[in-house]
Design a protein around this ligand. Sequence first.
Ligand code: T46
Length: 141
Amino acid sequence: MKNKESSVFDCKLISLPKIHNTSGNITALENITSVSFDIKRVYYLYDVPSNAERGGHTHYKLEQFLVAASGSFDVVLADGTQERLVSLNRPDRALHIIPGIWRELKNFSGGSICLVLASLAYDENDYIRNYSDFIEWKSQR
Ligand code: T46
């Protein structure tokens, strides 16, 4: 599927493996077995004020797994036609965001951490940060 044609419903919630122990749990993620793309970059959002909003952009090529490693937050996905709200609140669940999807992150709980596994190195040229530009680009199918 071309990124211009991607839909919010192509973004899936993925159950991550959890090794349970009475003294605490472990989730280990490896390329291929748990993540459907090669992980080229890991970053995380933290110390986010509860009234702050992150995101507000789309990516031409980047794929990501978003995980609430701690706490919770909401992700609003848009594809130019439909919107979808996904709440993340478990470290053993990931939201797979495919290319060509607008995302906004909000309602961060205190102490929350948004862990991101990404398929590419950072490249500002991979972003569309203006919503009107995004809508125009999506409409050029
Ligand atoms: C996404 C959400 C969930 C870098 O220099 N390297 C990096 O790897 C990243 C991610 C950011 N930056 C710089 C670029 C900006 O000057 O850090 C600054 C803040 O980045 P941005 O405004 O893109 O942050 P968010 O939280 O809005 O978005 C980030 C990711 O950029 C994005 O891919 O999906 O987290």
